[in-house]
Design a protein around this ligand. Sequence first.
Ligand code: AMP
Ligand code: ZN
Ligand code: FE
Ligand code: FE
Length: 283
Amino acid sequence: MRIDLHAHTTASDGTLTPTELVAAGAEAGLDVLAITDHDTTAGWMPAAEARPAGLALLRGAELSCRWYGESPAIPLHLLAYLFDPTAPSLVAELARVRGSREERAQRIVERLRADGVDVTWDEVRDYAAGGTVGRPHIARALVRAGLVAGTDEAFEDRWLGERYRVPKEDTDVFAAVRLVREAGGVPVFAHPKATKRGKVVPDSLIVELAEAGLFGLEADHEAHSPAEREHVRGLAAELGLVVTGSSDFHGSHKQVKLGAYTTEVDAYEAIVAAASGVPVLGP
Ligand code: AMP
Ligand code: ZN
Ligand code: FE
Ligand code: FE
C-alpha cells in the first residue's frame, strides 16, 4: 500500500485543483491520499466527486496553530483527519483563521508597497482564487514582478521569511487538539521538527500534547533532516503516538512529488479506527 497523508490544492496554496489532485494521486500509484488544505474543507466535495475508483480519499485539513508557551509564540501545523466538517466550534475557528490570513496578507502587501514593491492585494487575492490565502500567493506576485526567481527565494529572509513577516492569529494548539477531537477527528503534528523553517517547539510540549489528545507525529517529511526524522520516531515510540510520512504536495510551486514520503499501513489503519467524524471514501 502506498499512503500519502498530506497534500494541498487550490483550496489553499497548492496548484492543482482538488479534481486534478485525486487524478494525480491515482496516476502516482497511490492507494490512499489525504487532502489537507490549510484551514479549510472547501476542497473535500470536488475531490470526493472526482475520486478515481481505486483511490481511497482521506478528508482532512492542516490547521494553523501557535504555542504560547514561549515569547514570541511559536507557529506550528496540526494535520486533522476525518473530522465532522459541520462541527460548529471548529468551523467557526477555521473561518476566523482564514480571516486573519487575509488581513495578514493585506498587511504584508502594504509593507511591500510602502517599500516601492509593485504588488497589489487584488493580484494576490486573484491568485488565491477564493481559497485560503497564504504566503505562497504573495510569493507568486513577487515572481510576477520579477523580483524573485521562485517560491523558495520569496521565503528568504530579505522577503517573506523575515523582512516582510507579519504574524497571523492562529489557533492555540491545545484548543486545536480539543476542537479536532470534539469533531471526531484525529490530530497529527505536521513536520514537528522542521528547524529549517524556523523555531520548533520543545519535546516537552509534544509530551503535553500527547496527554491532551494528539494522536501522531509526521516524521518522514522533506523539511526534516534524517536526524530529525529519527528523533521524531523515537519520541513517537516513547509516547505511544503513530508515525506518519507524507509528501506535503503543493503542485508546481514546490519540487516534491506525490508519494515522495509515505505512511505505514498500521499507522493509517490506527488513524481511521480512531476517527468518528466522517469515513474514508473508497476502497
Ligand atoms: P502561510 O501558511 O501563509 O504562513 O505560508 C506557509 C506555507 O508556505 C507553507 O505551508 C508552505 O506551503 C509554504 N512555505 C513555507 N516555507 C517555505 C519555503 N521556505 N519555501 C517554499 N515554500 C514555503
Ligand atoms: Zn502550504
Ligand atoms: Fe505545514
Ligand atoms: Fe502542508
